[in-house]
Write a protein that binds this ligand. Sequence first.
Ligand SMILES: *[C@@H]1O[C@H](CO)[C@@H](O)[C@H](O)[C@H]1NC(C)=O
Ligand SMILES: *[C@@H]1O[C@H](CO)[C@@H](O)[C@H](O)[C@H]1NC(C)=O
Length: 348
Amino acid sequence: MFRIQEDLLLATTLLCFVCAKEVTDLDVLSSKPSRCTYEYAYDMYGAHCGGLRLTKIPSLRSGIEILDFSDNKLQELHADTFYGYSSIKYLYLAENQIYLIEENALSYLTSLQTLDLSNNVILELPDSLFQLPSLRKLYLNGNPLLHLSLSNLQITKPIKAPLELLDISENKLKVLPDWGILPQLLLYNISHNPLTSLEAQHFVSMCRLQKVDLTESINKVTLCNIKLTVTWFQEKHIYFQLGDYSRLNSREFDNCPRLEISADLNSTYQRCDSVYTKLKNVRGSRSTWLTIGGGLAGFLVGFVLLLYIMHRHNVAQTKRAANKALKKTLPTTVGDIPPTVGLLNNVS
Ligand SMILES: *[C@@H]1O[C@H](CO)[C@@H](O)[C@H](O)[C@H]1NC(C)=O
Ligand SMILES: *[C@@H]1O[C@H](CO)[C@@H](O)[C@H](O)[C@H]1NC(C)=O
Protein backbone atom coordinates (compact mmCIF):
# COMPACT_ATOMS: atom_id res chain seq x y z
CA MET A 1 0.00 0.00 0.00
CA PHE A 2 2.67 2.38 1.05
CA ARG A 3 4.77 1.24 -1.86
CA ILE A 4 2.05 1.97 -4.36
CA GLN A 5 1.64 5.42 -2.98
CA GLU A 6 5.34 5.98 -3.32
CA ASP A 7 5.24 4.84 -6.94
CA LEU A 8 2.28 7.07 -7.60
CA LEU A 9 4.12 9.99 -6.12
CA LEU A 10 7.13 9.27 -8.28
CA ALA A 11 4.91 8.93 -11.34
CA THR A 12 3.16 12.23 -10.68
CA THR A 13 6.49 13.92 -10.02
CA LEU A 14 7.82 12.56 -13.30
CA LEU A 15 4.66 13.49 -15.12
CA CYS A 16 4.78 16.95 -13.66
CA PHE A 17 8.38 17.28 -14.68
CA VAL A 18 7.47 16.27 -18.23
CA CYS A 19 4.47 18.57 -18.30
CA ALA A 20 6.51 21.44 -16.90
CA LYS A 21 9.11 20.84 -19.56
CA GLU A 22 6.44 20.79 -22.23
CA VAL A 23 5.06 24.05 -20.95
CA THR A 24 8.44 25.72 -21.11
CA ASP A 25 8.99 24.41 -24.66
CA LEU A 26 5.61 25.76 -25.66
CA ASP A 27 6.47 29.04 -23.98
CA VAL A 28 9.66 29.27 -26.00
CA LEU A 29 7.77 28.48 -29.17
CA SER A 30 5.07 31.04 -28.50
CA SER A 31 7.54 33.75 -27.50
CA LYS A 32 9.37 33.34 -30.80
CA PRO A 33 7.85 35.69 -33.38
CA SER A 34 6.01 33.96 -36.18
CA ARG A 35 5.75 37.09 -38.28
CA CYS A 36 8.16 39.69 -39.53
CA THR A 37 9.01 42.33 -36.96
CA TYR A 38 9.96 45.93 -37.66
CA GLU A 39 12.56 48.12 -36.07
CA TYR A 40 14.91 51.01 -36.59
CA ALA A 41 18.55 50.08 -36.84
CA TYR A 42 21.42 52.33 -37.91
CA ASP A 43 18.88 55.08 -38.59
CA MET A 44 17.07 52.84 -41.05
CA TYR A 45 13.72 51.12 -41.03
CA GLY A 46 14.06 47.37 -41.27
CA ALA A 47 11.92 44.24 -41.47
CA HIS A 48 13.21 41.12 -39.76
CA CYS A 49 11.85 37.86 -41.06
CA GLY A 50 14.84 35.60 -40.38
CA GLY A 51 14.32 31.96 -39.37
CA LEU A 52 10.54 31.87 -39.76
CA ARG A 53 10.39 28.92 -42.21
CA LEU A 54 8.63 31.12 -44.75
CA THR A 55 8.31 29.94 -48.34
CA LYS A 56 7.48 33.36 -49.75
CA ILE A 57 8.03 36.98 -48.84
CA PRO A 58 4.85 38.25 -47.15
CA SER A 59 3.40 41.67 -47.89
CA LEU A 60 5.64 44.09 -46.01
CA ARG A 61 5.30 47.71 -44.94
CA SER A 62 6.47 50.12 -47.58
CA GLY A 63 9.58 52.21 -47.15
CA ILE A 64 11.72 49.49 -45.54
CA GLU A 65 15.45 49.90 -46.10
CA ILE A 66 16.62 46.63 -44.56
CA LEU A 67 15.07 43.24 -45.21
CA ASP A 68 16.45 40.28 -43.34
CA PHE A 69 14.91 37.18 -44.87
CA SER A 70 17.77 34.82 -44.14
CA ASP A 71 17.26 31.23 -42.95
CA ASN A 72 13.87 30.62 -44.56
CA LYS A 73 12.57 28.36 -47.31
CA LEU A 74 12.41 30.72 -50.24
CA GLN A 75 13.03 28.91 -53.54
CA GLU A 76 12.27 31.26 -56.42
CA LEU A 77 12.67 34.99 -56.98
CA HIS A 78 10.13 36.20 -59.54
CA ALA A 79 9.75 39.47 -61.39
CA ASP A 80 7.11 40.60 -58.85
CA THR A 81 8.84 39.36 -55.67
CA PHE A 82 10.37 42.74 -54.88
CA TYR A 83 7.96 44.93 -56.78
CA GLY A 84 7.25 48.03 -54.68
CA TYR A 85 10.32 47.68 -52.47
CA SER A 86 12.68 49.97 -54.32
CA SER A 87 13.68 51.53 -50.97
CA ILE A 88 15.53 48.40 -49.82
CA LYS A 89 19.25 49.06 -49.37
CA TYR A 90 20.27 45.90 -47.52
CA LEU A 91 18.80 42.57 -48.54
CA TYR A 92 19.74 39.38 -46.74
CA LEU A 93 18.59 36.17 -48.43
CA ALA A 94 21.28 33.85 -47.10
CA GLU A 95 20.43 30.28 -46.15
CA ASN A 96 17.28 29.79 -48.15
CA GLN A 97 16.73 27.26 -50.94
CA ILE A 98 16.88 29.71 -53.82
CA TYR A 99 17.65 28.01 -57.11
CA LEU A 100 15.85 30.31 -59.55
CA ILE A 101 16.26 34.06 -59.98
CA GLU A 102 14.14 35.34 -62.85
CA GLU A 103 15.72 37.87 -65.18
CA ASN A 104 13.89 40.92 -63.77
CA ALA A 105 13.52 39.71 -60.18
CA LEU A 106 16.02 42.23 -58.83
CA SER A 107 15.72 45.12 -61.26
CA TYR A 108 13.30 47.12 -59.05
CA LEU A 109 15.91 47.30 -56.29
CA THR A 110 17.51 50.50 -57.50
CA SER A 111 18.68 51.53 -54.01
CA LEU A 112 20.18 48.15 -53.15
CA GLN A 113 23.71 48.40 -51.76
CA THR A 114 24.26 45.00 -50.17
CA LEU A 115 22.88 41.70 -51.40
CA ASP A 116 23.55 38.47 -49.54
CA LEU A 117 22.63 35.38 -51.54
CA SER A 118 25.05 33.07 -49.76
CA ASN A 119 24.30 29.44 -48.98
CA ASN A 120 21.60 28.77 -51.53
CA VAL A 121 21.48 26.51 -54.57
CA ILE A 122 21.42 29.16 -57.30
CA LEU A 123 21.79 27.77 -60.79
CA GLU A 124 22.24 30.93 -62.79
CA LEU A 125 22.59 34.68 -62.17
CA PRO A 126 20.47 37.17 -64.10
CA ASP A 127 22.13 40.00 -66.00
CA SER A 128 19.99 42.54 -64.10
CA LEU A 129 21.89 41.72 -60.91
CA PHE A 130 25.09 43.17 -62.35
CA GLN A 131 23.38 46.31 -63.62
CA LEU A 132 21.94 47.41 -60.25
CA PRO A 133 23.03 51.05 -59.99
CA SER A 134 23.88 51.12 -56.26
CA LEU A 135 25.09 47.57 -55.56
CA ARG A 136 28.42 47.65 -53.72
CA LYS A 137 28.55 44.36 -51.83
CA LEU A 138 27.58 41.04 -53.35
CA TYR A 139 27.77 37.74 -51.46
CA LEU A 140 27.36 34.66 -53.61
CA ASN A 141 29.39 32.25 -51.49
CA GLY A 142 28.24 28.75 -50.66
CA ASN A 143 26.27 28.10 -53.84
CA PRO A 144 27.51 24.63 -54.84
CA LEU A 145 25.71 24.63 -58.20
CA LEU A 146 26.69 28.08 -59.38
CA HIS A 147 29.97 26.94 -60.99
CA LEU A 148 27.97 25.25 -63.74
CA SER A 149 26.92 28.61 -65.20
CA LEU A 150 29.52 30.96 -63.71
CA SER A 151 32.51 29.62 -65.62
CA ASN A 152 31.14 30.91 -68.90
CA LEU A 153 29.14 33.79 -67.53
CA GLN A 154 27.12 35.73 -70.13
CA ILE A 155 26.53 39.25 -68.84
CA THR A 156 26.54 42.77 -70.27
CA LYS A 157 29.97 44.34 -69.83
CA PRO A 158 31.13 46.60 -68.40
CA ILE A 159 29.11 45.82 -65.31
CA LYS A 160 27.16 48.89 -64.14
CA ALA A 161 27.00 47.86 -60.46
CA PRO A 162 29.70 49.74 -58.52
CA LEU A 163 30.94 46.56 -56.83
CA GLU A 164 33.41 47.00 -53.99
CA LEU A 165 33.11 43.55 -52.47
CA LEU A 166 32.55 40.32 -54.34
CA ASP A 167 32.42 37.01 -52.52
CA ILE A 168 32.34 33.84 -54.63
CA SER A 169 34.03 31.60 -52.07
CA GLU A 170 32.92 27.96 -51.58
CA ASN A 171 31.37 27.65 -55.03
CA LYS A 172 33.25 24.64 -56.47
CA LEU A 173 34.73 26.89 -59.16
CA LYS A 174 37.53 25.48 -61.29
CA VAL A 175 37.72 28.53 -63.54
CA LEU A 176 37.10 32.11 -62.46
CA PRO A 177 34.30 33.93 -64.32
CA ASP A 178 35.05 36.79 -66.68
CA TRP A 179 33.61 39.89 -64.99
CA GLY A 180 35.20 42.37 -67.33
CA ILE A 181 36.39 45.60 -65.75
CA LEU A 182 35.56 46.05 -62.05
CA PRO A 183 37.11 49.47 -61.42
CA GLN A 184 35.90 49.89 -57.83
CA LEU A 185 36.44 46.41 -56.45
CA LEU A 186 38.40 46.42 -53.19
CA LEU A 187 37.85 42.95 -51.74
CA TYR A 188 37.63 39.78 -53.81
CA ASN A 189 36.93 36.53 -51.99
CA ILE A 190 37.62 33.44 -54.09
CA SER A 191 38.61 31.16 -51.25
CA HIS A 192 37.65 27.48 -50.99
CA ASN A 193 37.33 26.79 -54.72
CA PRO A 194 39.23 24.03 -56.54
CA LEU A 195 40.81 26.42 -59.07
CA THR A 196 42.93 24.89 -61.82
CA SER A 197 44.67 28.10 -62.85
CA LEU A 198 45.28 31.63 -61.63
CA GLU A 199 45.87 34.08 -64.46
CA ALA A 200 47.24 37.57 -63.83
CA GLN A 201 44.94 38.75 -66.64
CA HIS A 202 41.98 38.09 -64.35
CA PHE A 203 43.15 40.62 -61.75
CA VAL A 204 44.52 43.47 -63.89
CA SER A 205 40.98 44.65 -64.70
CA MET A 206 40.40 45.27 -60.98
CA CYS A 207 42.58 48.33 -60.65
CA ARG A 208 41.57 49.34 -57.09
CA LEU A 209 41.90 45.87 -55.62
CA GLN A 210 43.31 45.76 -52.08
CA LYS A 211 42.73 42.22 -50.92
CA VAL A 212 42.19 38.78 -52.45
CA ASP A 213 41.30 35.79 -50.31
CA LEU A 214 42.79 32.68 -51.94
CA THR A 215 42.57 30.37 -48.92
CA GLU A 216 42.31 26.71 -49.99
CA SER A 217 41.89 27.64 -53.64
CA ILE A 218 45.24 27.18 -55.31
CA ASN A 219 46.30 23.78 -54.01
CA LYS A 220 45.63 22.26 -57.44
CA VAL A 221 47.27 25.03 -59.46
CA THR A 222 50.78 24.26 -60.69
CA LEU A 223 53.23 26.44 -58.81
CA CYS A 224 54.79 28.26 -61.75
CA ASN A 225 51.33 29.20 -63.00
CA ILE A 226 50.92 31.39 -59.91
CA LYS A 227 54.21 33.23 -60.29
CA LEU A 228 53.13 36.05 -62.59
CA THR A 229 49.97 36.70 -60.56
CA VAL A 230 51.99 36.86 -57.35
CA THR A 231 54.40 39.26 -59.07
CA TRP A 232 51.42 41.40 -60.06
CA PHE A 233 50.02 41.38 -56.50
CA GLN A 234 53.39 42.47 -55.19
CA GLU A 235 53.79 45.18 -57.83
CA LYS A 236 50.36 46.67 -57.04
CA HIS A 237 50.55 46.08 -53.27
CA ILE A 238 47.54 43.76 -53.27
CA TYR A 239 47.33 41.73 -50.10
CA PHE A 240 46.60 38.08 -50.88
CA GLN A 241 45.49 35.70 -48.20
CA LEU A 242 46.46 32.03 -48.27
CA GLY A 243 45.84 29.36 -45.68
CA ASP A 244 49.37 28.08 -46.19
CA TYR A 245 52.23 30.13 -47.62
CA SER A 246 54.78 27.31 -47.51
CA ARG A 247 54.43 26.52 -51.23
CA LEU A 248 55.45 30.08 -52.07
CA ASN A 249 58.43 29.86 -49.75
CA SER A 250 59.78 26.79 -51.53
CA ARG A 251 62.83 26.48 -53.75
CA GLU A 252 60.55 25.14 -56.47
CA PHE A 253 58.68 28.47 -56.56
CA ASP A 254 61.94 30.43 -56.56
CA ASN A 255 63.11 28.42 -59.55
CA CYS A 256 60.02 29.17 -61.65
CA PRO A 257 60.96 31.43 -64.57
CA ARG A 258 60.28 35.04 -63.61
CA LEU A 259 57.81 36.42 -66.14
CA GLU A 260 57.77 40.11 -67.01
CA ILE A 261 54.52 42.02 -66.72
CA SER A 262 53.47 42.37 -70.34
CA ALA A 263 52.36 45.54 -72.14
CA ASP A 264 49.01 43.78 -72.59
CA LEU A 265 48.48 43.48 -68.83
CA ASN A 266 49.59 47.06 -68.32
CA SER A 267 47.17 48.38 -70.93
CA THR A 268 44.18 46.52 -69.45
CA TYR A 269 45.11 47.98 -66.08
CA GLN A 270 45.34 51.47 -67.63
CA ARG A 271 41.92 51.02 -69.21
CA CYS A 272 40.43 50.12 -65.83
CA ASP A 273 42.20 53.06 -64.26
CA SER A 274 40.80 55.53 -66.78
CA VAL A 275 37.27 54.15 -66.26
CA TYR A 276 37.75 54.67 -62.52
CA THR A 277 38.99 58.23 -63.02
CA LYS A 278 36.02 59.00 -65.26
CA LEU A 279 33.60 57.61 -62.65
CA LYS A 280 35.23 59.68 -59.95
CA ASN A 281 35.02 62.84 -62.08
CA VAL A 282 31.34 62.23 -62.84
CA ARG A 283 30.70 61.74 -59.14
CA GLY A 284 32.78 64.82 -58.35
CA SER A 285 30.99 67.05 -60.84
CA ARG A 286 27.64 65.65 -59.76
CA SER A 287 28.41 66.64 -56.18
CA THR A 288 29.64 70.04 -57.37
CA TRP A 289 26.35 70.58 -59.19
CA LEU A 290 24.49 69.40 -56.12
CA THR A 291 26.43 71.92 -54.02
CA ILE A 292 25.76 74.74 -56.49
CA GLY A 293 22.11 73.73 -56.83
CA GLY A 294 21.76 73.44 -53.05
CA GLY A 295 23.41 76.82 -52.55
CA LEU A 296 21.14 78.45 -55.12
CA ALA A 297 18.04 76.89 -53.58
CA GLY A 298 19.18 78.06 -50.14
CA PHE A 299 19.74 81.58 -51.45
CA LEU A 300 16.27 81.67 -53.04
CA VAL A 301 14.61 80.44 -49.85
CA GLY A 302 16.52 83.08 -47.88
CA PHE A 303 15.55 85.78 -50.36
CA VAL A 304 11.86 84.86 -50.26
CA LEU A 305 12.03 84.79 -46.46
CA LEU A 306 13.61 88.23 -46.45
CA LEU A 307 10.88 89.55 -48.75
CA TYR A 308 8.27 88.07 -46.46
CA ILE A 309 9.82 89.62 -43.34
CA MET A 310 10.04 93.01 -45.09
CA HIS A 311 6.43 92.67 -46.14
CA ARG A 312 5.39 91.85 -42.55
CA HIS A 313 7.44 94.77 -41.29
CA ASN A 314 5.77 97.12 -43.78
CA VAL A 315 2.34 95.90 -42.85
CA ALA A 316 3.13 96.36 -39.16
CA GLN A 317 4.41 99.88 -39.82
CA THR A 318 1.35 100.84 -41.82
CA LYS A 319 -0.85 99.48 -39.05
CA ARG A 320 1.07 101.44 -36.41
CA ALA A 321 0.78 104.61 -38.47
CA ALA A 322 -2.93 104.00 -38.91
CA ASN A 323 -3.31 103.40 -35.16
CA LYS A 324 -1.47 106.62 -34.40
CA ALA A 325 -3.75 108.52 -36.77
CA LEU A 326 -6.74 106.89 -35.13
CA LYS A 327 -5.48 107.83 -31.65
CA LYS A 328 -5.04 111.43 -32.80
CA THR A 329 -8.63 111.63 -33.97
CA LEU A 330 -10.04 109.77 -30.96
CA PRO A 331 -9.54 112.48 -28.27
CA THR A 332 -11.87 114.88 -30.15
CA THR A 333 -14.64 112.36 -30.02
CA VAL A 334 -13.81 111.58 -26.40
CA GLY A 335 -13.74 115.28 -25.68
CA ASP A 336 -17.23 115.54 -27.02
CA ILE A 337 -18.44 113.17 -24.38
CA PRO A 338 -18.17 115.21 -21.14
CA PRO A 339 -20.81 117.75 -22.14
CA THR A 340 -23.16 114.89 -22.80
CA VAL A 341 -22.28 113.43 -19.41
CA GLY A 342 -22.80 116.83 -17.92
CA LEU A 343 -26.00 117.10 -19.78
CA LEU A 344 -27.07 113.76 -18.44
CA ASN A 345 -26.00 114.87 -14.98
CA ASN A 346 -27.96 118.01 -15.44
CA VAL A 347 -30.98 116.05 -16.39
CA SER A 348 -30.77 113.97 -13.27
C1 LIG B 1 36.15 34.62 -47.56
O1 LIG B 1 35.18 33.59 -47.47
C2 LIG B 1 35.41 32.62 -46.47
C3 LIG B 1 34.38 31.52 -46.62
O2 LIG B 1 33.14 31.98 -47.07
C4 LIG B 1 35.38 33.30 -45.12
O3 LIG B 1 35.60 32.34 -44.09
C5 LIG B 1 36.45 34.37 -45.09
O4 LIG B 1 36.38 35.07 -43.87
C6 LIG B 1 36.27 35.37 -46.23
N1 LIG B 1 37.43 36.24 -46.29
C7 LIG B 1 37.35 37.58 -46.14
C8 LIG B 1 38.61 38.32 -46.25
O5 LIG B 1 36.31 38.15 -45.91
C1 LIG C 1 54.22 47.64 -67.06
O1 LIG C 1 54.19 48.58 -65.97
C2 LIG C 1 55.23 48.43 -65.00
C3 LIG C 1 55.05 49.50 -63.95
O2 LIG C 1 53.73 49.54 -63.49
C4 LIG C 1 56.59 48.57 -65.68
O3 LIG C 1 57.62 48.33 -64.74
C5 LIG C 1 56.70 47.62 -66.84
O4 LIG C 1 57.89 47.86 -67.55
C6 LIG C 1 55.53 47.77 -67.79
N1 LIG C 1 55.63 46.76 -68.84
C7 LIG C 1 55.54 47.03 -70.15
C8 LIG C 1 55.80 45.93 -71.06
O5 LIG C 1 55.27 48.16 -70.54
